[in-house]
Every structure is written in C-alpha cells, then in structure tokens.
Design a protein around this ligand. Structure first.
Ligand code: ADP
Ligand code: ZN
Length: 210
C-alpha cells in the first residue's frame, strides 16, 4: 500500500506513521528527517535547506522532489511506503503523479491550530535516529534521553513558538489545498486527531481498512 499522510506540522503525522509502518511492515519516508540528517552530516543539500527550514519556510520544491525521487527507487519501497511530509505543495503532488507513483490512500490528520501550538512547544526529538517525543503526551523513559538509541533529546529550532506560527501559515496557504487535490482523486480520508495518541491510531488504522 502506498500512503500519504497529510496534516499540519505537529498534527502527529510522524507518530501515526510509526504505527502504520509496524502494522503494514512498510517503511516511512519523512522528508523532514531526510533533510535534518543531511543538515547534520553537513552535505550540500543540508546547507541549501538550512535557512528555509530554520525560518519555518518550505524547502524549494525541486530539492525535495529530487530527494523523494531517489528515495523511492530504493529496495525497501517496492512493497509500499508511507510518505510523511511529502507532498506539501501542489507542484510536489503533480511531480509525484508525473513520476508514475500510484497512491492508494491519503490520510489527513486534522488538529486545530491552538492545539498544535501547545503540542509543538513540548515536542522533543532525537537527532541521531529521528524518534520524536513529547514532554506531556509521549515521554521518554528517562527524561532527555532517546528510548531507541540513547542519544540526547533536543527541541528543534523550528519548534520555537514564533516559527510554529509561520509554519501553520505556510501549511494553510500551501499544503491544505492538497486536500481538495486528493479528494478530487477519490483518495482522501479525514481523521480527527484525538487527545490520546492511541485513539487517533485506532481511527487511522480504520481509515486504512474502509
Ligand atoms: P513537521 O511535520 O512537524 O512540520 P517536518 O519534519 O515534516 O516537520 O518538516 C520540517 C521542515 O522541513 C519543514 O518546515 C520544511 O522546511 C522542511 N520540509 C519537509 N518536507 C518538506 C517538503 N515536502 N517540502 C518542502 N519543505 C519540506
Ligand atoms: Zn534516538
């Protein structure tokens, strides 16, 4: 199954992607994580992306399209994949169509802006393995330490409150139109984000069945 997860920054796409990934045994492809890894290892791609990302803007389409094109040719994608954070603009969705990639379903996770602002400020991430946590909703076993790899958890620069406002604006302007795009293609399923992660997961898994 080839899936796209849509939703505002902090709506819980990454968390739900992990759940689906375990359920269907298909990999999650997160453009955000790929870019952050490139940044950390100091590649040219990382340097190009840094200023856009830090300010809450989108990285230019041609860069992320190139990233996805390469990633989708890898062996682990041949039985399906979950796209988390791509496409984020109409031109990105059109590029995916042009590549001949068949999408089976698009799951949109809806969460109100004020809830997002609160959630994102408590988010902590592991830069070593990409795992995400939350100070209130998804605590690591030991505070500040990644459960999966033991590295130190940090707050992302773009999770700063002012930057979050900017990212929500960008989401409404550039990413939200994708809902109509995939609705028109008959692929959209809307899931309302719940207070408890597991309750949202139940709705997400149900949306995969129906
Ligand atoms: P979130 O879903 O919480 O916004 P991500 O990790 O998906 O976080 O993305 C973080 C940042 O990476 C975005 O704000 C943007 O700058 C960049 N980025 C990730 N995916 C894309 C994309 N498909 N197009 C453009 N920029 C992207
Ligand atoms: Zn880790």
């Amino acid at each position: 199954m080839n899936l796209i997860l849509l939703g505002a920054p902090g709506a819980g796409k990454g968390t739900q992607a992990e759940v689906i990934s375990e359920h269907l045994h298909i990999p999650t492809i997160s453009t955000g994580n790929i870019i952050r890894e490139a940044l950390k290892s100091g590649t040219e791609l990382g340097q190009k992306a840094k200023s856009f990302m830090d300010s809450g803007a989108l990285v230019p389409d041609e860069i992320v399209i190139e990233i996805i094109k390469e990633r989708l040719t890898e062996d682990d994608c041949q039985n399906g994949f979950i796209l988390d954070g791509f496409p984020r603009t109409i031109p990105q969705a059109e590029a995916l169509d042009r590549m001949g990639v068949q999408i089976d379903r698009v799951i949109d996770i809806e969460v109100a802006d004020d809830v997002i602002a609160r959630r994102v400020s408590g988010r902590r991430v592991c830069l070593a393995c990409g795992a995400t946590y939350h100070l209130d909703y998804k605590k690591s076993k030991v505070e500040g330490v990644c459960d999966k790899c033991g590295d130190t958890l940090v707050q992302r620069k773009d999770d700063h409150p002012d930057t979050v406002k900017e990212r929500l604006q960008v989401y409404h302007d550039q990413t939200e139109p994708l809902k109509s795009y995939y609705e028109a293609a008959g692929k959209l399923k809307i899931v309302y984000g719940q207070e408890e992660v597991k309750d949202t997961s139940a709705l997400v898994l149900a949306a995969l069945e129906g």
